[in-house]
Write a protein that binds this ligand. Sequence first.
Ligand code: ATP
Ligand code: MG
Length: 394
Amino acid sequence: MDSVLIRYHEIALKKGNRRYFTELLKRNLFASVKDFGPKEIRSLPARILITFKNEPLAADLIDRISGVFGVANFSLVERVDRDLDALRSRILKALNGRSFESFRIETQRGDKTFPLASPEINRQLGAAVKEKSGARVDLDHPQFTVTVEILPGDAFYGFDKIPGAGGLPVGSSGRVVGLISGGIDSPVAAYRIMQRGCRLIFVHFHSAPYQDKTSQEKVRWLVKRLTRHQFLSRLYLVPFGEIQRQIVAGVARPLRVVLYRRMMLRIGEAIARKEKAKALVTGESLGQVASQTLDNMAVIQQAARLPILRPLVGMDKQEIIDQASRIVTFEISTIPDQDCCQLFVPAHPATKARFADVEQDETKFALAELVRYGVENAIEEEFNFPESCPRSDG
Ligand code: ATP
Ligand code: MG
Protein backbone atom coordinates (compact mmCIF):
# COMPACT_ATOMS: atom_id res chain seq x y z
CA MET A 1 0.00 0.00 0.00
CA ASP A 2 1.54 3.29 -1.08
CA SER A 3 -0.81 5.71 0.70
CA VAL A 4 -2.64 6.30 3.95
CA LEU A 5 -6.12 7.72 4.37
CA ILE A 6 -6.64 9.48 7.70
CA ARG A 7 -10.06 10.29 9.16
CA TYR A 8 -10.75 12.84 11.87
CA HIS A 9 -13.90 13.80 13.75
CA GLU A 10 -14.97 17.01 12.14
CA ILE A 11 -17.68 17.62 14.70
CA ALA A 12 -15.03 17.75 17.42
CA LEU A 13 -13.52 20.77 15.72
CA LYS A 14 -15.06 24.12 16.33
CA LYS A 15 -16.53 25.68 13.22
CA GLY A 16 -14.43 28.81 12.89
CA ASN A 17 -11.24 26.94 13.76
CA ARG A 18 -11.69 23.99 11.47
CA ARG A 19 -9.17 25.15 8.91
CA TYR A 20 -6.62 25.91 11.58
CA PHE A 21 -7.09 22.45 13.16
CA THR A 22 -6.84 20.60 9.88
CA GLU A 23 -3.74 22.54 8.83
CA LEU A 24 -2.09 21.65 12.16
CA LEU A 25 -3.14 18.03 11.80
CA LYS A 26 -1.69 17.95 8.29
CA ARG A 27 1.55 19.47 9.49
CA ASN A 28 1.82 16.97 12.35
CA LEU A 29 0.98 14.02 10.10
CA PHE A 30 3.63 15.15 7.66
CA ALA A 31 6.18 15.49 10.48
CA SER A 32 5.39 11.98 11.70
CA VAL A 33 6.30 10.37 8.37
CA LYS A 34 8.73 12.86 6.86
CA ASP A 35 11.56 10.31 6.72
CA PHE A 36 9.38 7.91 4.69
CA GLY A 37 9.40 10.21 1.66
CA PRO A 38 5.83 11.55 1.51
CA LYS A 39 5.08 12.71 -2.02
CA GLU A 40 1.77 14.45 -1.57
CA ILE A 41 -0.64 15.34 1.21
CA ARG A 42 -4.23 16.12 0.21
CA SER A 43 -7.16 17.49 2.21
CA LEU A 44 -10.51 15.85 1.56
CA PRO A 45 -13.75 16.40 3.48
CA ALA A 46 -13.05 15.03 7.03
CA ARG A 47 -10.11 13.08 5.63
CA ILE A 48 -6.46 13.57 4.76
CA LEU A 49 -4.63 11.47 2.20
CA ILE A 50 -0.85 11.02 2.17
CA THR A 51 0.86 9.37 -0.80
CA PHE A 52 4.45 8.11 -0.71
CA LYS A 53 7.10 7.89 -3.39
CA ASN A 54 8.05 4.42 -2.24
CA GLU A 55 5.91 2.05 -0.23
CA PRO A 56 6.79 2.33 3.47
CA LEU A 57 6.52 -0.86 5.53
CA ALA A 58 2.92 -1.22 6.71
CA ALA A 59 3.95 -1.81 10.33
CA ASP A 60 6.11 1.33 10.36
CA LEU A 61 3.39 3.45 8.85
CA ILE A 62 0.81 2.16 11.34
CA ASP A 63 3.18 2.83 14.22
CA ARG A 64 3.75 6.45 13.16
CA ILE A 65 0.18 7.42 12.32
CA SER A 66 -1.14 5.83 15.54
CA GLY A 67 0.93 8.33 17.52
CA VAL A 68 -0.57 11.46 15.95
CA PHE A 69 -3.24 13.16 18.07
CA GLY A 70 -6.37 14.33 16.28
CA VAL A 71 -6.75 11.15 14.21
CA ALA A 72 -9.99 9.19 14.67
CA ASN A 73 -8.94 6.23 12.52
CA PHE A 74 -7.00 5.49 9.36
CA SER A 75 -6.58 2.95 6.57
CA LEU A 76 -3.63 1.96 4.44
CA VAL A 77 -4.76 2.43 0.85
CA GLU A 78 -3.39 1.95 -2.64
CA ARG A 79 -3.56 4.16 -5.70
CA VAL A 80 -5.40 2.76 -8.72
CA ASP A 81 -6.51 4.13 -12.07
CA ARG A 82 -9.84 5.91 -11.87
CA ASP A 83 -11.80 3.13 -13.44
CA LEU A 84 -14.25 0.63 -12.04
CA ASP A 85 -12.75 -2.39 -13.80
CA ALA A 86 -9.29 -1.50 -12.53
CA LEU A 87 -10.64 -1.09 -9.00
CA ARG A 88 -12.50 -4.37 -9.13
CA SER A 89 -9.58 -6.43 -10.35
CA ARG A 90 -7.10 -4.86 -7.91
CA ILE A 91 -9.45 -5.35 -4.95
CA LEU A 92 -10.16 -8.96 -5.85
CA LYS A 93 -6.47 -9.67 -6.25
CA ALA A 94 -5.63 -8.06 -2.89
CA LEU A 95 -8.30 -10.18 -1.21
CA ASN A 96 -6.36 -13.36 -1.90
CA GLY A 97 -5.66 -15.17 1.33
CA ARG A 98 -8.16 -13.15 3.40
CA SER A 99 -11.25 -14.72 4.84
CA PHE A 100 -14.20 -13.00 6.47
CA GLU A 101 -17.87 -13.71 6.95
CA SER A 102 -19.35 -10.28 6.35
CA PHE A 103 -18.22 -7.06 4.72
CA ARG A 104 -19.27 -3.70 3.40
CA ILE A 105 -17.90 -1.39 0.73
CA GLU A 106 -17.60 2.27 1.70
CA THR A 107 -17.19 4.56 -1.27
CA GLN A 108 -16.58 8.31 -1.13
CA ARG A 109 -16.93 9.92 -4.49
CA GLY A 110 -14.89 13.09 -4.06
CA ASP A 111 -15.14 13.70 -7.79
CA LYS A 112 -18.77 14.07 -8.83
CA THR A 113 -17.87 13.87 -12.52
CA PHE A 114 -17.21 10.16 -12.11
CA PRO A 115 -20.00 8.45 -14.12
CA LEU A 116 -21.25 6.19 -11.31
CA ALA A 117 -22.69 7.36 -7.98
CA SER A 118 -21.35 5.89 -4.72
CA PRO A 119 -24.26 3.44 -4.10
CA GLU A 120 -23.81 2.03 -7.60
CA ILE A 121 -20.04 1.63 -7.08
CA ASN A 122 -20.75 -0.10 -3.76
CA ARG A 123 -23.24 -2.39 -5.45
CA GLN A 124 -20.98 -3.41 -8.30
CA LEU A 125 -17.84 -3.91 -6.22
CA GLY A 126 -19.90 -5.58 -3.47
CA ALA A 127 -21.26 -8.14 -5.92
CA ALA A 128 -17.74 -9.00 -7.07
CA VAL A 129 -16.38 -9.32 -3.52
CA LYS A 130 -19.38 -11.41 -2.50
CA GLU A 131 -18.88 -13.77 -5.38
CA LYS A 132 -15.18 -14.21 -4.71
CA SER A 133 -15.30 -14.49 -0.91
CA GLY A 134 -18.68 -16.10 -0.30
CA ALA A 135 -19.17 -13.56 2.51
CA ARG A 136 -22.42 -11.68 3.05
CA VAL A 137 -22.93 -7.94 2.96
CA ASP A 138 -23.51 -6.41 6.40
CA LEU A 139 -23.86 -2.65 6.44
CA ASP A 140 -24.15 -2.30 10.23
CA HIS A 141 -21.57 -4.64 11.74
CA PRO A 142 -19.27 -5.80 8.97
CA GLN A 143 -16.29 -7.94 9.91
CA PHE A 144 -14.36 -6.43 7.05
CA THR A 145 -14.54 -3.04 5.33
CA VAL A 146 -13.34 -2.10 1.89
CA THR A 147 -12.70 1.64 1.56
CA VAL A 148 -12.91 3.23 -1.89
CA GLU A 149 -12.07 6.86 -2.69
CA ILE A 150 -12.75 8.35 -6.10
CA LEU A 151 -10.77 11.56 -6.60
CA PRO A 152 -10.34 13.83 -9.62
CA GLY A 153 -7.09 12.33 -10.86
CA ASP A 154 -7.06 8.87 -9.37
CA ALA A 155 -8.80 6.39 -7.09
CA PHE A 156 -7.80 4.49 -3.95
CA TYR A 157 -8.88 1.33 -2.21
CA GLY A 158 -7.92 -0.16 1.14
CA PHE A 159 -9.03 -2.58 3.86
CA ASP A 160 -9.63 -2.24 7.60
CA LYS A 161 -9.83 0.79 9.82
CA ILE A 162 -7.09 1.20 12.40
CA PRO A 163 -7.98 3.22 15.51
CA GLY A 164 -6.12 6.52 15.88
CA ALA A 165 -4.84 8.21 19.05
CA GLY A 166 -7.86 10.54 19.26
CA GLY A 167 -7.66 13.95 20.91
CA LEU A 168 -6.69 17.21 19.22
CA PRO A 169 -3.68 18.06 17.06
CA VAL A 170 -0.65 19.01 19.16
CA GLY A 171 -0.24 22.77 19.06
CA SER A 172 -3.95 23.58 18.80
CA SER A 173 -4.28 24.28 22.54
CA GLY A 174 -1.04 26.20 23.04
CA ARG A 175 2.11 25.55 25.05
CA VAL A 176 2.42 24.34 28.65
CA VAL A 177 5.27 23.42 30.96
CA GLY A 178 5.25 19.80 32.16
CA LEU A 179 7.04 19.00 35.42
CA ILE A 180 8.52 15.57 34.81
CA SER A 181 10.16 13.53 37.54
CA GLY A 182 11.13 10.16 36.14
CA GLY A 183 8.31 8.53 38.13
CA ILE A 184 5.26 6.76 36.69
CA ASP A 185 2.77 9.59 36.98
CA SER A 186 4.21 12.68 35.35
CA PRO A 187 4.81 11.10 31.89
CA VAL A 188 1.16 9.94 31.84
CA ALA A 189 0.05 13.44 32.84
CA ALA A 190 2.18 14.87 30.02
CA TYR A 191 0.64 12.44 27.51
CA ARG A 192 -2.91 13.29 28.52
CA ILE A 193 -2.39 17.02 28.16
CA MET A 194 -0.57 16.56 24.86
CA GLN A 195 -3.58 14.57 23.67
CA ARG A 196 -5.72 17.62 24.37
CA GLY A 197 -3.65 19.59 21.88
CA CYS A 198 -0.89 21.14 24.03
CA ARG A 199 2.78 21.22 23.18
CA LEU A 200 4.81 20.48 26.31
CA ILE A 201 8.07 22.03 27.39
CA PHE A 202 9.55 19.65 29.97
CA VAL A 203 11.23 20.68 33.21
CA HIS A 204 13.11 18.25 35.44
CA PHE A 205 14.72 19.04 38.80
CA HIS A 206 17.74 16.97 39.75
CA SER A 207 20.06 16.88 42.74
CA ALA A 208 23.38 16.27 41.04
CA PRO A 209 26.02 16.25 42.42
CA TYR A 210 24.33 15.10 45.65
CA GLN A 211 22.76 12.17 43.84
CA ASP A 212 23.66 10.15 40.76
CA LYS A 213 22.48 10.97 37.26
CA THR A 214 19.98 8.15 36.67
CA SER A 215 16.96 10.40 37.13
CA GLN A 216 18.23 12.69 34.37
CA GLU A 217 18.91 9.76 32.07
CA LYS A 218 15.43 8.36 32.72
CA VAL A 219 13.81 11.69 32.03
CA ARG A 220 15.71 11.94 28.74
CA TRP A 221 14.33 8.53 27.75
CA LEU A 222 10.83 9.53 28.79
CA VAL A 223 10.96 12.79 26.88
CA LYS A 224 12.34 10.96 23.88
CA ARG A 225 9.41 8.54 24.04
CA LEU A 226 6.84 11.33 24.41
CA THR A 227 8.39 13.30 21.55
CA ARG A 228 6.86 10.69 19.20
CA HIS A 229 3.61 12.60 19.69
CA GLN A 230 4.83 16.18 19.36
CA PHE A 231 7.91 15.73 17.12
CA LEU A 232 9.96 18.43 18.80
CA SER A 233 10.51 18.79 22.55
CA ARG A 234 12.63 20.95 24.79
CA LEU A 235 13.79 19.72 28.19
CA TYR A 236 15.16 21.94 30.96
CA LEU A 237 17.35 20.12 33.48
CA VAL A 238 17.35 22.32 36.57
CA PRO A 239 19.97 21.87 39.32
CA PHE A 240 17.98 21.59 42.54
CA GLY A 241 20.50 20.17 45.03
CA GLU A 242 21.75 23.53 46.25
CA ILE A 243 18.20 24.81 46.74
CA GLN A 244 17.33 21.67 48.69
CA ARG A 245 20.45 22.04 50.79
CA GLN A 246 19.36 25.54 51.82
CA ILE A 247 15.82 24.39 52.61
CA VAL A 248 17.16 21.53 54.72
CA ALA A 249 19.40 23.93 56.64
CA GLY A 250 16.53 26.29 57.45
CA VAL A 251 13.29 24.28 57.68
CA ALA A 252 12.01 21.64 60.09
CA ARG A 253 11.59 18.23 58.51
CA PRO A 254 7.83 17.88 58.05
CA LEU A 255 7.49 20.97 55.82
CA ARG A 256 10.49 20.40 53.58
CA VAL A 257 8.65 18.59 50.79
CA VAL A 258 6.07 21.35 50.62
CA LEU A 259 8.83 23.94 50.29
CA TYR A 260 10.61 21.89 47.61
CA ARG A 261 7.40 21.71 45.62
CA ARG A 262 6.73 25.42 45.93
CA MET A 263 10.23 26.15 44.67
CA MET A 264 9.67 23.76 41.74
CA LEU A 265 6.48 25.59 40.83
CA ARG A 266 8.18 28.99 41.00
CA ILE A 267 11.04 27.88 38.76
CA GLY A 268 8.64 26.06 36.45
CA GLU A 269 6.59 29.21 36.18
CA ALA A 270 9.64 31.36 35.39
CA ILE A 271 10.49 28.93 32.58
CA ALA A 272 6.87 28.99 31.42
CA ARG A 273 6.97 32.78 31.10
CA LYS A 274 10.20 32.59 29.13
CA GLU A 275 8.64 29.96 26.84
CA LYS A 276 5.28 31.75 26.58
CA ALA A 277 3.58 28.71 28.10
CA LYS A 278 0.14 29.18 29.63
CA ALA A 279 0.00 26.56 32.40
CA LEU A 280 1.96 24.02 34.44
CA VAL A 281 1.24 20.28 34.34
CA THR A 282 1.95 17.87 37.19
CA GLY A 283 1.34 14.18 37.79
CA GLU A 284 -0.39 14.73 41.13
CA SER A 285 -3.24 12.42 42.06
CA LEU A 286 -5.39 13.21 45.06
CA GLY A 287 -4.29 11.43 48.22
CA GLN A 288 -1.67 9.30 46.53
CA VAL A 289 1.19 10.43 48.77
CA ALA A 290 1.49 12.73 51.76
CA SER A 291 2.31 15.78 49.67
CA GLN A 292 -0.84 15.29 47.60
CA THR A 293 -3.54 15.88 50.20
CA LEU A 294 -5.97 18.66 49.41
CA ASP A 295 -4.46 20.80 52.17
CA ASN A 296 -0.97 20.45 50.77
CA MET A 297 -2.01 20.93 47.19
CA ALA A 298 -3.69 24.17 48.19
CA VAL A 299 -0.59 25.49 49.95
CA ILE A 300 1.72 24.31 47.15
CA GLN A 301 -0.28 25.83 44.32
CA GLN A 302 -0.27 29.28 45.89
CA ALA A 303 3.39 29.58 44.93
CA ALA A 304 2.36 29.94 41.28
CA ARG A 305 -0.02 32.25 39.44
CA LEU A 306 -0.36 30.21 36.28
CA PRO A 307 -3.06 27.51 36.26
CA ILE A 308 -1.83 24.08 37.37
CA LEU A 309 -3.22 21.22 35.31
CA ARG A 310 -3.42 17.88 37.11
CA PRO A 311 -4.87 15.45 34.59
CA LEU A 312 -4.42 12.49 36.95
CA VAL A 313 -6.10 14.05 39.96
CA GLY A 314 -9.07 11.66 39.93
CA MET A 315 -7.31 8.54 38.70
CA ASP A 316 -6.42 5.44 40.71
CA LYS A 317 -2.85 4.28 40.73
CA GLN A 318 -3.76 1.15 38.77
CA GLU A 319 -5.44 3.19 36.04
CA ILE A 320 -2.33 5.34 35.78
CA ILE A 321 -0.09 2.27 35.59
CA ASP A 322 -2.28 0.75 32.88
CA GLN A 323 -2.03 3.87 30.77
CA ALA A 324 1.74 4.13 31.41
CA SER A 325 2.06 0.59 30.03
CA ARG A 326 0.01 1.41 26.96
CA ILE A 327 2.08 4.48 26.13
CA VAL A 328 5.32 2.59 26.84
CA THR A 329 6.59 4.87 29.59
CA PHE A 330 6.05 2.40 32.45
CA GLU A 331 9.11 0.34 31.65
CA ILE A 332 11.28 3.47 31.67
CA SER A 333 9.71 4.95 34.81
CA THR A 334 10.29 1.77 36.83
CA ILE A 335 14.06 1.68 36.29
CA PRO A 336 15.41 2.26 39.83
CA ASP A 337 16.81 5.73 40.42
CA GLN A 338 17.39 8.31 43.07
CA ASP A 339 14.52 10.75 43.02
CA CYS A 340 15.59 14.20 44.18
CA CYS A 341 12.58 14.43 46.44
CA GLN A 342 13.72 11.44 48.44
CA LEU A 343 16.79 13.41 49.37
CA PHE A 344 16.53 14.61 52.98
CA VAL A 345 12.87 13.63 53.08
CA PRO A 346 11.38 13.01 56.51
CA ALA A 347 9.74 9.74 57.42
CA HIS A 348 6.53 11.58 58.31
CA PRO A 349 5.96 14.59 56.10
CA ALA A 350 3.21 17.02 57.03
CA THR A 351 -0.13 16.13 55.46
CA LYS A 352 -1.79 19.38 56.51
CA ALA A 353 0.71 22.10 55.85
CA ARG A 354 -0.48 25.46 57.12
CA PHE A 355 0.02 28.36 54.80
CA ALA A 356 1.14 30.68 57.59
CA ASP A 357 3.91 28.27 58.70
CA VAL A 358 5.15 27.81 55.16
CA GLU A 359 5.17 31.53 54.51
CA GLN A 360 7.03 32.11 57.74
CA ASP A 361 9.67 29.55 56.79
CA GLU A 362 10.09 31.05 53.35
CA THR A 363 11.09 34.43 54.78
CA LYS A 364 14.45 32.81 55.49
CA PHE A 365 15.27 32.55 51.80
CA ALA A 366 16.04 34.93 48.99
CA LEU A 367 13.31 33.33 46.89
CA ALA A 368 13.72 35.44 43.75
CA GLU A 369 17.44 34.75 43.74
CA LEU A 370 16.95 31.02 44.12
CA VAL A 371 14.50 31.05 41.21
CA ARG A 372 16.97 32.99 39.09
CA TYR A 373 19.73 30.56 40.08
CA GLY A 374 17.59 27.60 38.96
CA VAL A 375 16.58 29.14 35.63
CA GLU A 376 20.04 30.47 34.78
CA ASN A 377 21.80 27.22 35.55
CA ALA A 378 19.31 24.97 33.79
CA ILE A 379 20.63 22.99 30.84
CA GLU A 380 18.38 22.94 27.76
CA GLU A 381 18.17 19.92 25.49
CA GLU A 382 16.18 19.37 22.31
CA PHE A 383 14.59 16.17 21.06
CA ASN A 384 13.32 15.40 17.59
CA PHE A 385 11.16 12.67 16.19
CA PRO A 386 11.75 11.05 13.76
CA GLU A 387 15.35 11.37 14.78
CA SER A 388 17.91 11.12 12.03
CA CYS A 389 15.77 12.67 9.38
CA PRO A 390 17.46 14.19 6.37
CA ARG A 391 16.20 17.76 5.99
CA SER A 392 13.63 18.16 3.29
CA ASP A 393 13.54 21.42 1.40
CA GLY A 394 9.90 21.06 0.40
P1 ATP B 1 5.66 10.95 39.68
O1 ATP B 1 5.24 9.51 39.54
O2 ATP B 1 5.32 11.79 38.51
O3 ATP B 1 7.06 11.09 40.15
P2 ATP B 1 4.77 11.06 42.38
O4 ATP B 1 3.60 10.18 42.60
O5 ATP B 1 6.12 10.57 42.75
O6 ATP B 1 4.75 11.54 40.85
P3 ATP B 1 5.31 13.48 43.81
O7 ATP B 1 6.68 13.06 44.12
O8 ATP B 1 4.46 14.02 44.92
O9 ATP B 1 4.43 12.39 43.15
O10 ATP B 1 5.36 14.58 42.69
C1 ATP B 1 4.20 15.19 42.25
C2 ATP B 1 4.47 15.86 40.92
O11 ATP B 1 5.47 16.90 41.09
C3 ATP B 1 5.08 14.94 39.88
O12 ATP B 1 4.10 14.18 39.22
C4 ATP B 1 5.77 15.89 38.97
O13 ATP B 1 4.86 16.53 38.09
C5 ATP B 1 6.32 16.93 39.95
N1 ATP B 1 7.69 16.56 40.35
C6 ATP B 1 8.07 15.86 41.44
N2 ATP B 1 9.41 15.69 41.45
C7 ATP B 1 9.90 16.31 40.35
C8 ATP B 1 11.19 16.50 39.77
N3 ATP B 1 12.29 16.01 40.34
N4 ATP B 1 11.29 17.20 38.61
C9 ATP B 1 10.18 17.69 38.01
N5 ATP B 1 8.95 17.53 38.50
C10 ATP B 1 8.79 16.86 39.65
MG1 MG C 1 7.96 10.75 41.94
